[in-house]
Design a protein around this ligand. Sequence first.
Ligand SMILES: NC(=O)c1ccc[n+]([C@@H]2O[C@H](COP(=O)([O-])OP(=O)(O)OC[C@H]3O[C@@H](n4cnc5c(N)ncnc54)[C@H](O)[C@@H]3O)[C@@H](O)[C@H]2O)c1
Ligand SMILES: [Zn+2]
Ligand SMILES: [Zn+2]
Length: 409
Amino acid sequence: MKALTYHGSKDVRVESVPDPTLIDDDDIILRVTSTAICGSDLHIYRGKIPAMEHGDILGHEFMGVVEAAGPAVTHLKRGDRVVIPFTIACGDCFFCTQDLFAACENTNSGRGAIINKKQTRPGAGLFGYSHLYGGYPGGQAEYVRVPKANVGPLVIPDSALSDDQVLFLSDILPTGYQAVVNGAVGQGSSVAIFGAGPVGLMAAASARMLGAERIFMVDHHQYRLDFAAATYGVEPINFDENDDPAEIIIERTDGRGVDASIDAVGFEAKGSTTETVLTAIKLEGSSGQSLRQAMAATRRGGVVSVPGVYAGWIHGFLFGDAFEKGLTFKGGQTHAQHWMPELLDRISNGDLKPEVIVTHHMSLDDAARGYQIFNDKQEDCRKVVLTPGLVAPASNTATTGQQPLPQLL
Ligand SMILES: NC(=O)c1ccc[n+]([C@@H]2O[C@H](COP(=O)([O-])OP(=O)(O)OC[C@H]3O[C@@H](n4cnc5c(N)ncnc54)[C@H](O)[C@@H]3O)[C@@H](O)[C@H]2O)c1
Ligand SMILES: [Zn+2]
Ligand SMILES: [Zn+2]
């Protein structure tokens, strides 16, 4: 089969690899119908995630049709159309029974990324996300083996829902939603979202749905901010024009700050030259720029919710400020399985339309170019969806959100 494989920084290739096979009794083999590129894949693409090996298959946002099922699969049958959560969870460990699926103790043979780990077991294995997270082959492929198939896959019974409408249940929609719920955002809340990428946009959609009154959004890609302003009514702040967005947010909230801030950027945040340089020579673990801004923009007693990925340490982490303001922090990998059913209902009844963020539909064959376009923010790219075997228009292999969507199933 064909799959998108990793060979080093900015070097990903679509290659022929062996087809996956059933290994455990509760595995399925999925024929992938749609798969997306995530901002988390860009950390790998830029060579920032350790424990990647040549030929590893990437991709953790995917859906498709059950091609084969092991004898212990009770929840699914061949032919079912399913969306797969990016976290692989056993369903019955200490954490899974509390719906903390990303903390599952039974699915990761890697070590995870904690530096001061002691004897703790690693959190859940992830598809296509390095040998720190179990080395599971990902779903940017024609076929993928899905372990723990009685726990993860969500059946989409309504064939009227297109792949684009439900694909983001695999990751970015639950991630944006969990970030907003963690921020205790509700009717009348004020919230500042740092990062207008797919996760920030899903957070904005979720905050709007839950009744937030004011949503500030910070980025430096004006086209992303313009889309968020037009679609979700956010108040955009471009940090290339105003290098202290938190100050502006405080000014506009009566000198107080917002109820919650969401850091949908993570450890590669731009805007601090010192940290960018120190990180490049490994004297700093992460850029703290977005996190510092999020903390500064949040009112006393508010919440800083962090879906953006962090790893290692940050020197410029002003914990005294957090203490003085009485901030609550919440974050981590998303417990996708927990949120997927209720979010499918929200899509079905029209409360959420995650598909509107898609700008690029490309064939899986063109996945390497998709990575480059998404990474370099070319062609006003917001989100790339890859379809195995998609026959592209002759003149342009990418279709934009303004054009009618191709028939994906
Ligand atoms: N917690 C989870 O389970 C989970 C799931 C999916 C993605 N993520 C993470 O969420 C983050 C965002 O993902 P994405 O798909 O939206 O990625 P993306 O790279 O498309 O978007 C990130 C955006 O942040 C902006 N940005 C950079 N520096 C900034 C700064 N200082 N202030 C404000 N904005 C800044 C960039 O311009 C970009 O538009 C990534 O770190 C990704 O790994 C986490
Ligand atoms: Zn992701
Ligand atoms: Zn578990």
